[in-house]
Design a protein around this ligand. Structure first.
Ligand code: SF4
Length: 64
């Protein structure tokens, strides 16, 4: 699985960072970004949850 944050949509709420800090972090501008190229299998459920919880629908996930 690959994940990304759409910088045009992200509003910096931080829900994704709270849900899965192993994958999401804040940029210096206060928005979120993904820190890994490929989501480890053990974190895919958390990343899917982060995507569904994002109020801006800014977390994008795709199977790989
Ligand atoms: S939950 Fe969504 S809007 Fe909030 S920081 Fe994460 S990607 Fe951005």
């Amino acid at each position: 699985m690959i994940a990304s944050v759409d910088p045009e949509r992200c509003a910096g709420h931080g829900a994704c960072v709270s849900t899965c800090p192993e994958v999401f972090t804040f940029t210096g501008d206060g928005y979120a970004e993904v820190t890994v190229d490929r989501i480890p299998d053990e974190l895919t459920e958390l990343v899917r949850r982060a995507a569904s919880e994002c109020p801006e629908r800014a977390v994008l996930v795709e199977s790989s």
